[in-house]
Design a protein around this ligand. Structure first.
Ligand SMILES: [Mg+2]
Length: 230
């Protein structure tokens, strides 16, 4: 079926869900195992960054050289996934207000839904699965695809076109950080920024988001943006 309606690409952390204690723990444990380093990402503003990007920055901050980083980089990411899947029952994740109502509403309107998230793909689905949100998103661009967020947008766009015969141009990216906005702007997509992460509405307006919302609670408001934008 050729799809020429709306395509909506959602970020996960701070946009659909909140709480990632287990994800953080997976990070700590994998760095400890492969680099023997008690990593501390408290010095990094990791909002909107991809998992491989955060890992690299943490190791660089820890003084590791490029060849030392490279040697175990992929093993470290693999272990992070294993640890996460094994411990996901302890994840303190919860769906943010309005998400189910909005996603159900979008599905009724036959919106094509996808993800653009810095999470590694298995972590993304396990995390969403904890709260029953995984079933809404058949595809996406993930931190396991590329470290650079704009390439995740590109991957999601390509999948929408190739696998879901998406042929429209009403494409939205919904996220909670200036990085989400910037990555979408690279492809001239319409951005909706939500202030449910660490950035305020004011900060999101200043980064050039097309629309800024306090949260996703008002389903009608979001649907109106999607319907009237074009
Ligand atoms: Mg986010």
């Amino acid at each position: 079926m050729v799809h020429d309606g709306i395509l909506a690409l959602f970020d996960i952390d701070g946009t659909l869900v909140r709480g990632a204690r287990c994800h953080y723990q997976a990070f700590v444990e994998s760095v400890k195992k492969y680099y023997g380093f008690e990593e501390d990402i408290s010095g990094i503003n990791y909002a909107g960054k991809t998992d491989p990007q955060i890992l690299r920055e943490a190791l660089e901050l820890g003084g590791f050289k490029e060849e030392e980083i490279e040697e175990n980089f992929n093993n470290c990411l693999k272990f992070m996934v294993q640890y996460y899947i094994k411990n996901v029952h302890k994840e303190n994740v919860r769906a943010l207000g309005g998400t189910f109502e909005l996603l159900d509403g979008l599905k009724r309107e036959e919106t094509l839904l996808g993800l653009v998230t810095g999470n590694l793909e298995p972590i993304a689905y396990a995390k969403l699965g904890r709260v029953g949100l995984d079933k809404y998103f058949p595809f996406g661009g993930f931190g396991s695809d590329y470290a650079e967020r704009s390439l995740l947008v590109k991957k999601a766009l390509n999948l929408a076109r190739d696998q879901y015969e998406y042929d429209g141009d009403r494409i939205f990216v919904i996220g909670d950080t200036p990085r989400d906005v910037e990555a979408a702007q690279a492809y001239k997509l319409t951005t909706i920024a939500v202030a449910t992460g660490r950035y305020s509405e004011w900060e999101l307006e200043n980064c050039g988001a097309d629309h800024v919302l306090k949260d996703l609670n008002d389903k009608e408001k979001v649907l109106k943006i999607l319907d009237t934008e074009f």
